[in-house]
Design a binder for this molecule. Structure first.
Ligand code: ZN
Length: 493
């Protein structure tokens, strides 16, 4: 167990947790958003981020501070908390971004970590190498080795109470990401950023983001707090939380505001093209698009940045609430409908249903079936695994209808798409008292048929009869030959 991080509630791989940041004397509830504060240009002052938006933690760049004379002098003299006027936890980045951008920087892990410690950072960062997507495996391996060396250098620095990030790299190679995660978790460092996903997010490759993050998580294990580095768009928080990310950082709120971009949980709009402001935040209730556009450049940018932050923090709260009530996958499913890339991301997430299932909790509110993807959720998988352990009597009727008045079966079990069969004793347990639509897709029946397969294979001695309600051929084709099937749909009329 890592001392700084405590998990309070889980939903799949997602969790609500508490990150204790000893040097700041604060505990941050996760999932959390860290606004990125440019030390040279504060769109919204950090004090306001804390008091009006509820930011408990922010991130700024120690490399820019170190290389800007007046900032450096002030940071050394006053300390970061006073310089930024921020009472929460302050995370500092190291210059790795500049390294990736310009090819070289004039510092080392040891030197920059000492500097971060000296100016009062609460969570410092070594100089890792953010390897972009799609490079050769050789390059990804070489750069990962350099990142791992930076982590050893970081372990050797005396950082007192300052927590230290252990970035996980490995480009788009899941095996390297997993290995990098396992290596990072074996260090005595504290917080684990999954690095270099920004190019994937910027090009809407949400499915690849899910695959590399799921791989990093396999290596890291459940008890490491994970930061999806550079992820700040609210449209993907639910999905990223579902794969086990705890921290997000947003430079987007300010950068997007600069080019007139208006964030929503469904995507990004140009404020020039909006006829209405579809948001209940203070900015959007005080303005209409015309009055917003009429503001001078600077005021307009600030107003947009404030709206962008309100939307971003609201989505973080919604994600936390969904995890607490066990409805995060329903939220992801809803968000997945907003953009084709989100749909791909959700489908990639469901490819890892087995990994999600391992940490999923046994009981939640009510399982809502809202799309064909619901049939692939970890709860369905878990039920099918449970069916392999259930014992059956000699002659068993599985039926979508009630118990017939007259029959010669030893027992009668219900069958419900997408889960399949279950004994009466389980009918009131999660997820089997699910809400499902009347008009289901074929995949839901195929999933139910998979459940029949699990049960029949585990109990070869039993004589099964399946009474179904006009199942499609794809589902009936999945049912084993020795299960007798009977279309009872006439009973339902
Ligand atoms: Zn708004």
């Amino acid at each position: 167990m890592r001392d700084a991080f405590e998990i309070r509630a889980t939903d799949g791989m997602a969790r609500v947790g508490r990150l204790t940041v000893p040097r700041a004397g604060v505990t941050v509830e996760t999932p959390a958003l860290m606004p990125v504060v440019n030390p040279n240009l504060q769109t919204i002052p950090p004090r306001r981020l804390h008091e009006e938006f509820g930011a408990d933690i922010l991130i700024t760049n120690s490399y820019i501070i170190r290389n800007t004379e007046d900032l450096r002098e002030r940071a050394e003299k006053e300390g970061l908390h006073e310089m930024l006027d921020f009472p929460g936890a302050i995370v500092t980045d190291s210059g790795s971004f500049q390294l990736a951008e310009y090819g070289e920087i004039d510092t080392t892990t040891t030197e920059i970590l000492n500097f971060q410690h000296e100016i009062g950072s609460d969570i410092g960062t070594p100089v890792d190498i953010p390897t972009p997507p799609d490079v050769s495996r050789e390059q990804a391996e070489e750069e990962l080795a350099a990142t791992e060396e930076a982590l050893s250098d970081a372990e050797a620095v005396d950082t007192g109470e300052m927590l230290v990030n252990a970035p996980v790299q490995g480009s788009t190679y899941p095996a390297l990401r997993e290995e990098a995660g396992a290596h990072a978790a074996s260090t005595d460092l504290d917080v684990f950023p999954v690095g270099a996903v920004v190019p994937l997010l910027n090009s809407y490759r949400y499915d690849d983001m899910i695959d590399v993050t799921a791989a990093a998580k396999r290596g890291l294990g459940a008890d490491c707090p994970v930061h999806l580095f550079g992820a700040g768009h609210p449209m993907m928080f639910a999905m990223a939380a579902a794969v086990g990310c705890d921290l997000f950082d947003s430079a987007a709120y300010a950068l997007y505001a600069r080019d007139g971009r208006y964030l929503t949980v469904r995507g990004t709009e140009q404020v020039d093209e909006l006829a209405y402001l579809p948001c209940p935040c203070p900015i959007c209730t005080e303005h209409d698009p015309e009055s917003l556009r009429a503001l001078d450049q600077r005021d307009r940018e600030n107003a947009l940045a404030e709206h962008n932050l309100h939307v971003t923090f609201a989505e973080i709260r919604r994600v936390r609430q969904a995890i607490r009530e066990g409805s995060l996958l329903e939220l992801v499913e809803e968000r997945a409908r907003a953009h084709p890339a989100s749909a791909d991301g959700f489908r990639a997430l469901l490819d890892h249903a087995e990994q999600l299932e391992e940490s999923d909790r046994v009981s939640k509110g009510t399982f809502f079936y809202t799309s064909p993807e619901s049939a692939r959720r970890p709860e369905v998988l878990r039920h099918h695994e449970r069916l392999q352990r259930l014992e059956t009597p000699g002659k068993l009727l599985l039926t979508e209808f009630g118990e017939p008045a007259d029959h010669d079966h030893d027992a009668v079990w219900r069958v419900e798409p997408p889960f399949g069969p279950f004994p009466p004793s389980l009918s009131e347990t999660y997820p089997l008292h699910a809400e499902t639509p009347d008009r289901l897709e074929d995949v839901a029946y195929v999933a139910a048929a998979d459940g029949v397969v699990s049960l029949a294979e585990a109990n070869p001695e039993t004589e099964f009869t399946l009474g179904h309600d006009d199942w499609p051929a794809a589902a009936l084709g999945t049912v084993p030959d020795d299960v007798e099937t009977e279309d009872l749909s006439a009973l339902g009329e």
